[in-house]
Ligand binder design. Structure first.
Ligand code: KMH
Ligand code: ZN
Length: 275
């Protein structure tokens, strides 16, 4: 049976704990959330971490502890963010790989990000990509705009296939400054992907449900989570990541493509269990 890969992006770097008490920011909160999300149908966790004051951090020691704790408590594929926060340096973002995750995000271009800029120039992209190849860490190509697809083609053309041999992309849609979160943009991006690539999609904020339903209809996989949306339905805050995963799993099952298990996801993405 065809199944659906569900990734949970549990925390992100943008929401503030003070404003969103349900946001998992401590290692204990993140681990508990991960366990609940695996039970609800997630196979991958996309991870941003926070410091003791709940501010975003790329501290490598904390990242290592996080990878270890998530591996001990769950079977989820641990995908560390190399995007970090818009304020993070390229050096700190490259050093994320020192925490030896299973997988990492790799954004294929710069994008306006609300009032900020999420910077991903070519020199940084190719350095990060080559590092993932050297270390055997499987990248997920984050595509915020159609131009990012062109850069993905250039990257694969110049440096060859990723660790694991399979190209899996994530369309991040509806960021103010990126491609819109609608079906027309989704189809345009999917049509431009490299042959053989698989993809998931996520819609930020109000675009969450249109993108989720469009992705299911177009044969794609799903990313959900509090990094991307803080509202479950109009006027009703999300109470935790697991309810977003559960809704995605139910809709995927309704579409006759139930959630992929973490073990199947490892095979699908080309991730060997490294420990
Ligand atoms: N926090 C955004 C600036 C990623 O995780 O790779 C970047 C981001 C992408 O979230
Ligand atoms: Zn992220």
């Amino acid at each position: 049976m065809t199944t659906t890969l569900i990734t949970v992006a549990a925390t992100g770097a943008e929401a503030e704990k003070a404003a969103v008490p349900a946001l998992p920011v401590t290692l204990e909160e993140l681990t508990a959330e991960a366990v609940a999300c695996q039970q609800a149908g997630a196979a991958v966790i996309h991870v941003h971490i926070r410091d003791e004051k709940a501010r975003p951090t790329l501290d490598v020691g904390r990242l290592k502890d996080t990878v270890g704790a998530l591996r001990a408590a769950t079977d989820l594929i641990v995908q560390l963010s190399t995007g970090g926060a818009v304020t993070d340096s390229f050096e700190a973002r490259l050093a994320v790989l020192d925490a030896q995750p299973d997988a990492c995000s790799l954004t294929c271009g710069t994008v306006n990000f609300g009032d900020d800029v999420f910077a991903n120039p070519w020199g940084f992209i190719k350095e990060l990509y080559q590092l993932t190849q050297e270390r055997g860490i499987v990248p997920e190509f984050e595509l915020f705009d159609l131009g990012h697809v062109a850069t993905l083609h250039r990257l694969l053309g110049e440096f060859g296939p990723p660790a694991g041999g399979h190209v899996h992309c994530d369309l991040v849609m509806g960021v103010p400054g990126g491609m819109p979160g609608n079906v027309a943009a989704l189809v345009a991006a999917v049509q431009a992907l490299p042959d053989g690539a698989t993809w998931s999609a996520t819609g930020i904020g109000k675009t969450t449900l249109p993108v989720l339903l469009g992705a299911l209809g177009a044969g794609g996989h799903l990313r959900v989570g509090m990094e991307d949306t803080l509202t479950f339905s109009r006027g009703r805050p999300v109470t935790g990541n697991a309810e977003l995963v559960q809704r995605a799993a139910e809709l995927a099952s309704l579409a006759q493509r139930p959630p992929m298990t973490p073990a199947a996801a490892r095979t699908f993405l080309g991730i060997a269990r490294p420990w």
